[in-house]
Design a protein around this ligand. Sequence first.
Ligand SMILES: Cc1ncc(COP(=O)(O)O)c(C=O)c1O
Length: 467
Amino acid sequence: MLIGPVAALPGPRYVGLARRIRDLVTAGALPAGSRLPAERELAGELDVSRVTVASAYRVLREQGFATTRHGSGTLIELPGVPSSWGAPSSDPGLLDLAHAAPEAAPQLLPAYQQALAELPARLAGHGYAPTGLVELRAAVADRFTARGLPTGPEQVVITAGVGDATAVVLDTLLQPGDRVLVEHPTYPGVLGMVAAAEGRCVPVPVDPAEPDALVRAAGLAARQSSPRLAFLMPDFSNPTGAQLSAAGRRRLAATLWQQGVLTVADEVAADLHLDGDAEPPYAAGLPDAATVTIGGLSKAVWGGLRIGWLRTDAALADQLGAALGRRQLSVGMLDQLAATVLVGELDQVLELRRAQLRERRDVLRAEIAARLPDWSAPCPAGGLSLWCRLPGDLSSAAVVASAAPLGLLLAEGRAFGTGHAFDDHLRLPFTLPPAELRTAVGILETVCGTLRSDPFRPTPSRPLSVV
Ligand SMILES: Cc1ncc(COP(=O)(O)O)c(C=O)c1O
């Protein structure tokens, strides 16, 4: 019997029994859809009252871990574990660290007000701009040029966010069965997109303590598996915060290009360097067609402003722009007008954002060091999150499931990997204000204490895949 003797569980018996079953679910030992024993049967097996079992099942139903169907008994369910790419919580009472996304920059509202003032002059036209407003493409191109990557507006396509830019590249260039080299761990969204395009991921390990180790590993993987594309986050990868050195990225870019692999370089966090200066763009120094660089305003400005872009050589930009145009005709005019204002003042926006994230990163690390001293939370030089290694056999899935009822939403480690990797890691974004980060760590402290006090907590040897 998986559940073990109930008398040995701490607290009221039904609570202990519910927690035990819930942990078996989050560890993957009880898959969704499996039927729990009838109340009377389990009561007999565990030598407890039927009321204890009925109460435990009620708690599981309330927590979303079980459902009762007439004629089928009580079935295991998986509550919607909040993931890093799911819909944001609308409950202001919840602490949402499932999303590595800060609140809107103060410059957002004035930019929309300016955009609204400019809108009447546009209303006589049809309002479509399939590859993006030329002013916005020019503003984005100028920023690339200023960073050392000479770019014209014809090389830039405006998209509805960074994820949209990735999707258009994968949809256009990937054939079913094609391989895509990905960092491991990586941004969960890309795993889903590769699967949707019927591609196959080739995971290459990322070690934030030695980011340039990726260069050799990716070169080797490219030789062995001939991927069509590589999806890389050279600057402050999500979730690890790893950054390739200037020399490392130069070597990797050249190697992949020589192997015939087109790199999609996701720069969503490239401007969020918190400790030092920016490294040169990944695409610098190679033919423009070697790389599709994607970026956007989601992290610097706001996730709700759906503006991103891609940059490559003009011919490929044309092809990708046409594919995008077939799909959605155009990104919204008002958003593009506001984005044009914001890209023009991005340096000021970023200055504030970096200062805010730097403070929050340091608060979160200090809280973890004080209250969760056996967690390892290395300091990333930029980006939006800590990639924490959990102590002992603490399961990230169990932590996430236990924190949700206490009002803390998290994305579990497995979301960032292929197969069943990373249940020993938890991504903690430092995207909430300091007081809320302190509360979040307090909840994690409680959760860890509770999970530890349960001597029957299962070792999560066979976690579920959530991607
Ligand atoms: C690496 C990475 N790429 C893309 C995205 C999605 O960005 P957007 O909201 O602009 O689609 C995210 C969001 O977290 C991300 O971390």
